[in-house]
Design a protein around this ligand. Structure first.
Ligand code: DGL
Length: 265
């Protein structure tokens, strides 16, 4: 029996991860869960985020997923270890693959990390980098305005550049040569961020690395689907219309089969 990959996020941004997974694993069925009723997670406290995440994973398991992908950087930062301890199936987060790629790319080991307030406050990226490479210097910055900018469709243009300059100048002063985009929405801001940081700084889009890791994990467990057309299902806890319109921008094409769930799944 074909079992889907379960992907979840605080809302819509996790579709950036789904897009990469669908590219790398074109025959896999995917079940996407976006907790729009509770988004954004970024400013919330760890115990609330953990509570939401736990409920969502229980739901995904009830739906029969074979692996859970935590697309949300905020959840990956504050709840991944706990989720792994609670549930028997493989659960992958976005931190480790992004960190590994950054360490591969960086020459001077001055690494910048940007994300939501909860992600940066958790120190998850900083700790992971240091645990692999003690010599690395990590400069982290929360960029809370980036998510609403993207959701408003303002990721390009003067305002976005100004905001990016304000957030990123302190990191540039530290001579970072690599910058981890530690949030689901930031891949959409890449052109703007590139304009601000210049060509010397390599950007790490963790969603690409995570997709590769999901493929490796399924291969290792002999659970990869190599044929058949994929089916995609979407569950959201609020605002399916918003999910559709922003989702179309992220995925590059329209999609359907959206189910509106209760806010406390
Ligand atoms: N999905 C979140 C993340 O990647 C960003 C949006 C939010 O704050 O909920 O951290």
């Amino acid at each position: 029996m074909r079992r889907p990959i379960g992907i979840f996020d605080s809302g819509i941004g996790g579709l950036t991860v789904m897009k990469e997974i669908a590219k790398v694993l074109p025959h896999e069925d995917i079940l996407y869960f976006g907790d729009i009723a509770h988004t954004p997670y970024g400013p919330k406290s760890p115990h609330i985020i953990k509570e939401f995440a736990e409920r969502i994973v229980r739901f995904l398991i009830r739906e029969g997923v074979k692996i859970v992908v935590v697309a949300c950087n905020t959840v990956s930062s504050v709840a991944l270890q706990e989720l792994k301890g609670l549930f028997p199936l493989p659960i992958l987060g976005v931190i480790e693959p992004g960190v590994k790629k950054a360490l591969e790319l960086s020459k001077n080991l001055h690494i910048g990390v940007i994300g939501t307030e909860a992600t940066i406050r958790s120190n998850a990226y900083q700790k992971k980098i240091k645990s692999i490479q003690k010599m690395a210097k990590v400069y982290a910055k929360a960029c809370p305005l980036f998510v609403p900018l993207v959701e408003e469709g303002w990721e390009h243009g003067k305002v976005a550049v100004q905001v990016a300059k304000k957030y990123l100048s302190p990191l540039l002063k530290k001579e970072i040569d690599t910058l981890i985009l530690g949030c689901t929405h930031y891949p959409l801001l890449q052109p703007t961020i590139k304009k601000v940081v210049g060509r010397r700084v390599r950007l790490v889009d963790a969603s690409k690395q995570l997709a590769e890791q999901v493929k490796e994990e399924l291969q290792k467990r002999g659970k990869i689907n190599m044929e058949g057309a994929p089916s995609y299902r979407f569950f959201v806890t609020d605002a399916p219309e918003k999910f559709l319109s922003l989702g179309k921008r992220i995925m590059g094409s329209a999609f359907s089969d959206i189910v509106k769930m209760s806010a406390d799944v």
